[in-house]
Design a protein around this ligand. Structure first.
Ligand SMILES: NC(=O)c1ccc[n+]([C@@H]2O[C@H](COP(=O)([O-])OP(=O)(O)OC[C@H]3O[C@@H](n4cnc5c(N)ncnc54)[C@H](OP(=O)(O)O)[C@@H]3O)[C@@H](O)[C@H]2O)c1
Length: 215
């Protein structure tokens, strides 16, 4: 697939590198320095390049939105027409200080994003794990027991794309249902962050759901 990265920081930089290593064509965009984007592309290797958000969007099969909530409108404006595209978002609707969700209970960041992009198919994925664990999960992708990763969305085709990317990154995709379930997955991320960043064991934390009982 051709994947456009909107926001090449902790999440976008690492996931872009992982998607490139998994064999996808990746365009890194939206950082404060072009040098950084070029470095990310160089390090990600073949199939990766740096560009503007518009370049990232052009011809992309899927976009990863990985910016702070306060930058969403700016990056979308720079990206231009995203109609018909799959938008995988890991962006959480956090306040400026990153201390709390500014949208919750009655809506979610993912749903607000879908309202901003009515012609696109938004899937919420990757936002429930810390960036620090991403390379470790990718490196362990051949293990039988993979960590889970919940995702949700309203468009079946876009969800298939997201599930494939989740699998490529080394996780077991867990379909949590329609996009409104992001009302639960987004606050769940704050629990994961609490466990990751407030423990002595380091932030390389993923989670795994297991079902018991009759098959
Ligand atoms: N980090 C995590 O572990 C984690 C986990 C789950 C969900 N999330 C969510 O994922 C999203 C991205 O998080 P992140 O930690 O990856 O953020 P980040 O490291 O700050 O990355 C954001 C990207 O946006 C770029 N940017 C910011 N302001 C800009 C501007 N004015 N012009 C151009 N580029 C600009 C940054 O540029 P620079 O590269 O120059 O800084 C960076 O590349 C957030 O919504 C966050 O809540 C993060």
């Amino acid at each position: 697939m051709r994947i456009g990265i909107l926001g090449s920081g902790l999440m976008g930089g690492k996931l872009g590198a992982i998607f490139a290593r998994a064999g996808h064509d990746v365009v890194f965009s939206y950082a404060r320095s072009e040098r950084k984007l070029k470095r990310l592309a160089r390090e990600a290797g073949r199939g990766a390049r740096a560009g503007t958000p518009g370049d990232a969007a052009r011809g992309a099969d899927a976009m990863l939105l990985a910016v702070h909530w306060s930058r969403v409108d700016d990056v979308l404006e720079q990206a231009g027409d995203l109609s018909g595209k799959t938008i995988v978002t890991c962006s959480l609707p956090m306040n400026e200080k990153d201390t709390d969700l500014v949208i919750a209970h009655t809506s979610s960041g993912a749903e607000e994003l879908a309202r901003k992009l009515p012609q696109s198919d938004v899937v919420s994925a990757f936002g429930t794990v810390p960036s620090e664990v991403l390379f470790a999960v990718f490196d362990a992708r051949r293990r039988a027991k993979r960590p889970s990763l919940v995702y949700c969305g309203d468009a079946a085709r876009a969800k298939k794309v997201a599930a494939a990317l989740i699998r490529d990154a080394g996780f077991e995709p867990v379909d949590a249902g329609p996009l409104r379930i992001a009302r639960y997955t987004e606050p769940f991320t704050l629990l994961v962050a609490q466990l990751a960043y407030e423990s002595d064991e380091g932030p390389e934390l993923a989670y795994r759901f297991e079902r018991f009982g009759k098959k």
